[in-house]
Design a protein around this ligand. Structure first.
Ligand code: OGA
Ligand code: MN
Length: 218
């Protein structure tokens, strides 16, 4: 049994039960994370990514890693910055993400050892074509999480996350607007997904829970 460093409140336990059930039954799940994270933390994270964006501190995202890394603008157009966990809001977030990691391990026996997380900005016109986050057998990225940070997101703003069915991969089974506090979790190797073109700046935070222990060079 994995012990959490600190006991988590029972609301978080119920929240984790719902998450684990959704991941088991459908391979993905969306929910409002505001009750667990709190609105102030979501706003602080949004302010951080906005400052990174305005100060040109974000990098064009690639597909693949290391020598396989390509920056193909026909596949994805977002810009990212990896979180190091050095600021107050990032430390608070990392505490929740680690409780989530341990909670998923307790419920689903996934053996998740660590997580990595980056901010992402999609400017108007940016998208990320249909893809999987991980390929089977690499024991790397197992569960993906995305947290959205946009206040007042309207249907005309686009930028939804389109989620495909894991068993019939051309069937859309979810369309998630990137509104502040909304969180999506899915099995990285199973669920194809796509970010539809955004029509205004779209801020988010993506996180991957991994089964391997040693961080790879980013
Ligand atoms: C990703 C991704 C989804 C989103 O970064 O791999 O699929 O909604 N992001 O931002
Ligand atoms: Mn993805």
């Amino acid at each position: 049994m994995i012990q959490l460093a600190e006991p988590v409140p029972s609301t978080t336990e119920t929240w984790l039960d719902g998450l684990a059930d959704g991941l088991t039954e459908h391979g993905w799940m969306t929910l409002d994370a505001t009750p667990v994270l709190g609105r102030p933390l979501i706003q602080q994270l949004r302010d951080e990514v906005r400052i990174l964006d305005r100060t040109d501190a974000l990098r064009r995202a690639g597909v693949g890693r290391g020598a396989d890394l390509t920056r193909d603008r026909s596949v994805r157009r977002d810009k990212i910055a990896w979180l190091q966990g050095h600021t107050g809001p990032q430390q608070a977030l990392f505490g929740v993400l680690d409780a989530l990691r341990a909670g998923l391990n307790q419920r689903l026996f996934l053996g998740l050892k660590r997580f990595e997380t980056h901010y992402a900005t999609y400017h108007a016109g940016d998208f990320y074509k249909r893809h999987l986050d991980s390929f089977r057998g690499r024991a790397s990225r197992v569960v993906s999480l995305v947290l959205y940070l946009n206040d007042d997101w309207q249907p005309l703003d686009g930028g939804e996350l389109q989620v495909f069915n894991r068993d019939s991969e051309h069937e859309v089974c979810g369309l998630v607007p990137p509104e502040a506090g909304r969180m999506v979790l899915f099995m990285s190797e199973e669920i194809p997904h796509e970010v539809l073109p955004a029509h205004r700046t779209r801020y988010s935070l993506a996180c991957w829970f991994r089964q391997d222990e040693v961080p790879l060079p980013l």
